[in-house]
Ligand binder design. Sequence first.
Ligand code: BES
Ligand code: MN
Ligand code: ZN
Length: 495
Amino acid sequence: MKTNLSFANPAEVETECLAVVVLDHGSKDKTEVRVEAGDGADRDAATEVIASGEVTGKIFETTLLHRPAKLKAKRLLLLGGGKAKNFTASELRKLAGVAVRYLKPKGIRSLVFLAPQNIESDEAVKAIVEGAFVGNFDPDTYKSDRKDQRIDSVTVVTQGDQVKLQKAMDEGRVIGESQNFTRDLVNEPSNRMTPTILAERARKMAQEVGLKAEVYGADKLKELKMGAFWGVAQGSDEPPALIVLRYEPADAPATPVLGLVGKGVTFDTGGISIKPADGMEKMKYDMAGAAAMIGAMRAIALLKPKTRVTAIICATENMPSGKAQKPGDIQIAMSGKSIEIINTDAEGRLVLADGLCYARQLGCTHLIDAATLTGAVVVALGYVNAGVFANDEKMYERFNRATDEAGEKFWRLPLDDEYKDNIRSNIADIVNSGGRWGGAVNAAMFLKEFAEDTPWLHLDIAGTAWMEENKPWIAKGPSGIAVRSLVQFAREFNN
Ligand code: BES
Ligand code: MN
Ligand code: ZN
């Protein structure tokens, strides 16, 4: 998708469609709808339809006018943004997605978006571009009647310093495209996204954007004594992949080093503790944590913050077979801790245990892992918020700020010492499953054992990595959650 900046008078812009935001400036029960940034003809063109009461300004409301009076645009799209006082870049990002998703099935291929004036112009441009890319993605790769309905070009009309605004536009493109890169990886079914293929995709991307990439197989897992990771991988005929991506800018200090550890289970059958058939097809997205890290690394490589970042991806299938690990087995993790396997379906924490340990060995001073780790986080937070856990207040505060900036929702869950009782074992150091109650916390407590004293965040994205419904701003399917927050966090990390 092409993106352009324009400083033209909105009334003079020739386009298939001019999109504007309408907000409700009224008080509690009185609505007072106004076109944002419209101080001229675009406002006049909407006067009548607003006066009719048809346009309420409600969030995500769409109204399309043809041949709008006094505008050169063929159509005027009014996008409801809700109450003016609650309107932020986060709503604006979504509205750009709404515009794209509303227009593209109508055969419209280009649009002009008028940036609302109540948001800083560079922030607005970035949000609009990000949202437009996210909205333009559809998971229809394998449909033979794929219509390839995409918006080809978005122009943002704004005011201000051209250099600064162009930079904001480029940033929005990098972030939106990287989120979609992640979504593409997650969308692939497991027969087309094996650990080997995931490693190849990561390697190719790394080459394109100038990251160092290393890919290791089973031999390296054994050499590093990654007994927890290998315990999961041993049951599959597909070889595992340990992928290391490094961003090491010359102008960055030696420390800190941010480590991003991703769960890359390309298919989770549950192993010998096999899952029910119903819904098992969804377990192709059990590599969404890995994909988020790979997408974030792409954006980081292109946006070039002055800080070192290393990604460690633990990719494997979780399969039942004659070679598979069994409940009751004991595995020795890379850190030396012994783990009693209670449930082979609690495999994500096993691969991450060794991933976190390896990240520390590689010199990472701060750790973030992302994983579709537990069904329990979906019970706790549904499809709206992802779970975040932290052993370090400062790191949590920084991440929390990054999520706000990025417009992604995370909710903190606890890590009290009392939960440790749930992962005690009679015969080993810990068990890999702490039972049903507080399942998301138990899993995080397990990982905490391997982060040790390194500042660490754990993101459980099981409920948010796959959209169960179409939304006005984003298609049903892989969401790309965490990419934008991780990128924002990395960019602010060294300040
Ligand atoms: N990959 C699943 C978690 C999951 C569930 C992801 C739903 C996406 C949607 C994970 O490996 C798993 O199976 N977790 C078990 C852990 C249990 C056995 C302790 C779970 O949550 O049931
Ligand atoms: Mn599982
Ligand atoms: Zn899993």
